[in-house]
Ligand binder design. Structure first.
Ligand code: AP5
Length: 195
């Protein structure tokens, strides 16, 4: 089993690269952003609560996303691995994930952190907002707030995993295929060492 966190700020390319990685490696893709948007689309009570928070660029409460991830892990008992995208976003979420994985007698093996300049992130998200209709992409003020929240609340998650020597930084600017090749090299190197 191999468990990977694809880490980085809004617009860095986590979703884009996750789709390619799960196709190559056959892992289960767990994106808390996608799970929350599905709740919003279905207008569940959780979705109605999350909608307001996401539109403002803030984080949904830890217990909500930890509950969603716990259910998703339970629902996939035979997975060959999990790719976490957009989770964990706080140190409390990282600690909870470690506990959930240890109950399954596994752990996080690698954290791949994509790095992109802030101005490029804003540029990408404003373009995506025009075509996707994502409400948290349509307003530059909200995009900048998401980046600020990432730096204050989410970046410490990288320090948390760095203490265990699990973090590798990969440049996130350039062609999507080149970035995918760089991520794949890191994964293949790590899984060979683990084998
Ligand atoms: P979430 O859905 O996780 O969004 P995000 O982290 O803000 O990330 P994005 O989806 O915006 O970007 P991405 O890195 O996936 O980039 P993408 O590949 O799409 O979260 C949304 C909200 O939900 C949060 O703000 C929060 O409120 C809530 N939430 C979610 N998880 C939570 C949690 N764990 N705890 C609490 N709250 C949570 O690429 C972006 C664009 O760039 C695309 O148009 C793409 O085509 C383009 N692009 C990609 N790669 C390249 C490249 N190499 N060159 C040029 N363009 C590129």
């Amino acid at each position: 089993m191999f468990n990977l966190i694809l880490f980085g700020p809004p617009g860095v390319g986590k979703g884009t690269q996750s789709n390619k990685l799960i196709e190559k490696y056959g892992w289960i893709h767990l994106s808390t952003g996608d799970l929350l948007r599905s709740e919003i689309h279905r207008q569940t009570p959780l979705g109605i609560e999350a909608d307001h928070i996401i539109k403002s660029g803030q984080l949904v409460p830890d217990e909500v996303v930890i509950g969603m991830i716990s259910s998703a892990l339970e629902a996939n008992p035979h997975a060959k691995g999990f790719l976490f995208d957009g989770f964990p976003r706080t140190v409390a979420q990282a600690e909870a994930l470690d506990k959930l994985l240890s109950l399954k007698k596994t752990a996080i093996h690698l954290v791949l952190a994509l790095d992109v300049r802030d101005e490029e992130l804003v540029h990408r998200l404003l373009i995506r907002g025009k075509s996707s209709g994502r409400k948290d992409d349509s307003d530059e003020t909200v995009i900048r707030e998401r980046i600020r929240v990432y730096k204050s609340q989410t970046f410490p998650v990288a320090d948390y995993y760095a203490k265990f020597g699990k973090v590798v930084h990969v440049p996130g600017e350039g062609s999507i295929d080149d970035i995918f090749a760089a991520l794949s090299r890191e994964i293949d190197g790590k899984s060979e060492k683990a084998a």
